[in-house]
Write a protein that binds this ligand. Structure first.
Ligand code: HEM
Length: 286
């Protein structure tokens, strides 16, 4: 009897440990993503906003060739709108995921949620508007990859909002997690490139994003995140102690380490020089 109750106690504590490992790894990933996303958001404001403010919007093309074309003002407007809303998403997302804030100030969660959903819809539509009016630098495959990304973003934003309004918290939460995983993709895309350049040079990449690596990347920056999000959603529903929880915790921890290292490299190589250039007007030396 003593043995079986000890066994129960040991089982319960290991289940508890797995549960808290999942919570801690999720918290670490949210914190690391927030810091990283805030740096990316600051880069967007300082570089793209700074250049537009001093009337040198053409210099956006130093970050990505052919981003700005004075003959296509609608495309410039759409991508500019997506910069602003994208920056808002990067900053608001993690706040929405912090349970303590949701419980303490539910009204704040609702208002930030509306701003987040609206920004996600507009970032998606802005990106899609740019693709339709100008096309991406990489051509048809990149148009499809980014187009699907924009469509998924609009879908996830709409469903997260609709389920919240209809009082279906579990389904709202699941779509909000998917939406967050999608928004994370925009900066993960840059970090994955940064990592690749550092480890493999420009192998598989061309200046017009038509190399094999570029082609993989048009889907790879958001589909794996969606898979991790799905794992997390399923793990939350499964019983305590399930190996799924341990697998999810390990995936989140690995993702956190990647985010921390990649942010460090990317800030030094791209975002840092971009911010300096936006502030001082100096040429972008990437
Ligand atoms: C959190 C949301 C987002 C942020 C922060 C963001 C940020 C950016 C930035 C900074 C660029 C300029 C290029 C660079 O510096 O790498 C860019 C370009 C672009 N983004 Fe986004 N983005 C977001 C979401 C989206 C979505 C949802 C779409 C969907 C269609 C999209 C489509 C595009 C396109 C088409 C380009 C231009 C690529 C080209 O010139 O061919 N973005 N984005």
């Amino acid at each position: 009897m003593a043995t079986s109750s000890q066994g129960l106690a040991t089982g319960a504590s290991s289940r508890g440990a797995r549960g808290s490992a999942l919570r801690w790894s999720a918290t670490l990933l949210v914190a690391a993503s927030w810091v990283s996303a805030a740096i990316f958001g600051a880069y967007i404001i300082l570089f793209f906003g700074g250049m537009a403010a001093r009337g040198t919007t053409l210099r956006w093309n130093e970050a990505l060739p052919a981003l700005y074309d004075a003959r296509l003002p609608l495309a410039a407007l759409a991508i500019g709108l997506h910069f602003i809303t994208g920056g808002i998403l990067l900053l608001l997302g993690p706040i929405q995921l912090i349970g303590a804030i949701r419980r303490a100030v539910p009204a704040l969660h609702r208002w930030l949620g509306r701003a987040y959903v609206l920004s996600a819809g507009l970032a998606g539509l802005g990106g899609l508007g740019f693709i339709v009016s100008k096309g991406t630098i990489g051509g048809p495959l990149m148009d499809v990859g980014f187009g699907l990304y924009g469509a998924l973003m609009v879908l996830a934003a709409t469903l997260a909002y609709a389920h919240a309004r209809a009082g279906r918290p579990e389904r709202h939460r699941a779509w909000a997690i998917r939406l967050y995983a999608l928004t994370v993709g925009s900066w993960l895309y840059r970090m994955e490139y940064g990592f690749w350049f550092l480890t493999a040079g420009k192998f598989g990449h061309t200046s017009h994003f038509t190399g094999w690596f570029d082609m993989v990347m048009v889907f790879f920056f958001y589909l794996p995140n969606l898979a991790v999000a799905e794992l997390f959603i399923q793990a939350r529903h499964s019983g305590h102690g399930s190996t799924l929880r341990l697998a999810a915790a390990t995936a989140l921890l690995t993702a956190s380490v990647f985010v921390i290292v990649a942010t460090w490299f990317f800030t030094a190589a791209y975002w840092g020089p971009g911010m300096v250039s936006g502030l001082t007007g100096a040429p972008l030396s990437q």
